[in-house]
Write a protein that binds this ligand. Sequence first.
Ligand code: SF4
Length: 212
Amino acid sequence: MAIKVNEIFYSIQGESSWAGRPCIFIRLTGCNLRCAYCDTRYAYEQGRVMEIWEILKRIREAGCDLVEVTGGEPLLQAETPELIATLLDAGYTVLLETNGSLDIGPVDKRCARIIDIKCPTSGMCGRNDLQNLRKLGARDELKFVIGTREDYEFARHVLSTIPAPRYTINFSPVSGAVEPCLLARWILEDRLAVRLNLQLHKIIWGAEARGV
Ligand code: SF4
């Protein structure tokens, strides 16, 4: 079985409750959305088809037991759930970062599924598949990328529809649009039980760095 891969690299996990952990990233090619602030446009088309055994070989060489499958939008390729299951069966801890527009149902529940809920600033909030919220378990996470107060209010509204979430909820400021201290203040004022999610990889390596 083969899948189109944009890049595989080893770095520090920058987001979610896994932030700070060394991690191998498998970035798959293709995305069905076009977010206004997208910083991975190079993943829309570029990439090469790789067999799963080839991907596993690359990962074994890196010598790290935490793997994230990301994109683009990884669930756009029908083979992605099988790639994830193969990695899990091989003993890896696997994270999936998905844009929230496609059904996460086919993805193995042993995988920590991190779902982006698109806010108005993205231009894509009409594409959220909110049915996914019912499928989340304690290992999974939500992420809201917040660029304006309107985005923040949108995120609060979505949260009000989830009475007692059992999973981590991340609020992440759009780089250059909302200062982290402002988003922190909003969260504290409203006593929200969410996690302020700064993009650690951009703090470490710089906003333009790729493949680190
Ligand atoms: S979902 Fe992610 S990769 Fe796709 S356009 Fe939006 S930010 Fe870019």
